[in-house]
Design a protein around this ligand. Sequence first.
Ligand code: ADP
Length: 403
Amino acid sequence: MKVLVINAGSSSLKYQLYDMREETVMASGRVERIGMDSSILTHEVPGRQEVRDVSEILDHVTAVKRVVDILVDPQHGVLSAINEIQAVGHRVVHGGESFKQSVIVTPEVKLEIRRLFDLAPLHNPAHMMGISAVEANLPNVEQVVVFDTAFHQTMPPTAYLYPIPMVLYRRHKIRRYGFHGTSHHYVSDQAAQLLGKPLSEVKMVSCHIGNGASVTAIKEGQSVDTSMGLTPLEGLMMGTRSGDIDPAIVPFTMNKEELTLSEVNSMLNKHSGLLAISGISSDMREIVQGMDEGDKNAQLAFDMYVYRLRKYIGAYAAAMNGLDVLIFTAGVGENSDRLRASVCEGLTFLGIELDEELNKKRSKEARYISTENSRIKVLVVPTNEELLIARDTYALVQQAKQA
Ligand code: ADP
């Protein structure tokens, strides 16, 4: 079965086409600047040169049409006919409390995703445009939605409720949802495979550290707590997001600086984190370079970032009354040996012993970076959210066919 995975944003659309027999990527690419002048389609087929096409793409329906056209194009395509695409899987950021796992798209599912627009106003409407655009271009193909929040729906109320008036939860569903669930789920499965142990026997902390960053406590294969909350602003210090702060800073700053709500929101989401403290960049590579050149603010930003991450790992070891495995993933987690070494340096009391050589080795494979004697195993596991979306899509569509 060939499965097309789509991640639709408001002005962009990323895609990957999988052949599920061997889980191979046949083609991938993205459409950028949808609805603006000179939209760009970038298309890649393994082993061939990348294709770039600049044209006018005014909406998501046209964007999906261009993707389908290039997939069957005699020169650049990989399919002989459009009906070779048998299912489409979509990434959807917010599934609220309604979606505890991936589901096949039905009119009821679409209605529910629309009801959740309030909780993810920047993301869910764009995902819906992606779903409708596929309906318009591939009307007979089954679609599946895979939610970033679904993996965290196993959290108990002690972890997901905020100590604020309960009426706010009842009325507006204000609670912790958590994000990056597809990634935390994927890397915890991969880690269990590498360890050769069933998920039911291990307590894991998974650190997804990219531009956005979150930590999850995983017990018996289930998320029991996670650092992002109602929105992806809570938790760790990130590239441009503050993560945890005293909530009283919001009214205090609004008052002192005469800021509006949207200005404070923008300050905390776009002008905080590594960028704010270093004054250089939100990109960890530039922070490390700054540190190496003796920049004190870059060093402070790095130290704060590490300190806050380390505190969460300790907190989650306490939340689970133990820890067996620590996982690093995503852009920074997979690539920055400096970050991993600094985080682990302060966790020796837990029984973490990093192997310096293994930590420095670069590889695209899941691997150990702790010593053989380390009581807690430390792993780097490259994330692959698209593959998990393709797998869920394939499984659900196969099930539906057999039913
Ligand atoms: P996103 O959250 O946008 O999906 P990624 O998981 O792709 O982000 O992570 C992107 C970040 O990874 C970049 O901003 C950069 O800081 C970091 N990164 C990538 N390579 C390295 C590296 N070699 N060393 C340190 N950081 C890196």
